[in-house]
Design a protein around this ligand. Structure first.
Ligand SMILES: NC(=O)c1ccc[n+]([C@@H]2O[C@H](COP(=O)([O-])OP(=O)(O)OC[C@H]3O[C@@H](n4cnc5c(N)ncnc54)[C@H](O)[C@@H]3O)[C@@H](O)[C@H]2O)c1
Length: 254
């Protein structure tokens, strides 16, 4: 028996990094998955590699219309929706003085509007079958602690953290049995992290510095987060809602 046998999960940002790792682990534990992403070539490639239990849908998470279409594609193909993993996101390293209003708005549109829409339409779809479900929002340790050069990213991830609690409390109050939790990774070895490091003046030095900041002394692996997603998607976490689950090698404990 898999840990999420029979469940159907929609995973945004499924073409890469934590979304991809979560999708692969969910399928290995018995789920069927709908990967969505703006990177249509890579998303289709990943879904084809996973096989018959995965489909891919092109989807910009900042678009309400595209959310409606993506969720319809999931329920048309698999007949139900049990889990939404909001993993799509962007990051940049700018302080408040450097951040332009356009960059701020783009960050909010993808990282915060995208998660809001995923919760709104996820709840609507999951409650149809009455069996409950789970919404899993990728925040960050940057949704808990600030960084001098993460003005927009901090704000978007802090927003995800508290939006998650509001969604969880609403669903509990309505008796939907839909749980909603946020996941807070630190530096995980994905294309996003490498893009951020690549933008620094000395990427090797920056990487070594990041690793030194982690009490466990290493970057996280995508599966370190993927296993948390599997736990939250499964019935093992049946009494966990409105929680912030930290996957950070000890950073926030300091
Ligand atoms: N990697 C880390 O160190 C780290 C740490 C903390 C939190 N996170 C968060 O985890 C999530 C996943 O990050 P990752 O490391 O896998 O990044 P990634 O860049 O590897 O993957 C992100 C995916 O989101 C997609 N995407 C971007 N904009 C989109 C949009 N408008 N609509 C749909 N898809 C879009 C990208 O095409 C990409 O496939 C993000 O929300 C990120 O902020 C990552």
């Amino acid at each position: 028996m898999g840990r999420v046998d029979g469940k159907v999960a929609l995973i945004t940002g499924g073409a890469s990094g934590l979304g991809e790792a979560s999708a692969r682990l969910l399928v290995s534990e018995g789920a069927r998955v709908v990967l969505t992403d703006i990177n249509t070539d890579l998303g289709a490639e990943v879904a084809a590699d996973i096989g018959g239990d995965a489909i891919f849908v092109g989807h910009d998470v900042s678009s309400e219309d595209q959310w409606i279409t993506a969720i319809e594609a999931a329920t048309d193909r698999f007949g139900r929706l049990d889990v939404v993993v909001n993993s799509a996101g962007i990051a940049d390293m700018n302080n408040v003085e450097e951040t332009t209003l356009d960059a701020w708005r783009r960050m909010m549109a993808i990282n915060l509007d995208g998660v809001f829409l995923g919760c709104k339409y996820g709840v609507k779809a999951i409650k149809q079958h009455g069996d409950g479900g789970s919404i899993i929002n990728l925040s960050s340790v940057s949704g808990i602690i600030g960084g001098h050069n993460l003005a927009a990213y901090n704000a978007s991830k802090g927003g995800v953290r508290l939006l998650t609690k509001s969604v969880a409390l609403h669903c509990a109050r309505q008796g939907y049995n839909i749980r909603c939790n946020s996941v807070h990774p630190t530096f995980i070895d994905t294309p996003m992290l490498h893009k951020m490091i690549g933008g620094s003046s000395d990427p090797d030095k920056t990487l070594a510095k990041l690793q030194r900041q982690v009490p466990m002394g290493r970057l996280g692996r995508p599966d370190d987060v993927g296993y948390m997603v599997v736990y939250l998607a499964s019935e093992e976490s049946a009494y966990v809602t409105g929680s912030e689950l930290i996957v950070d090698g000890g950073i926030v404990a300091q």
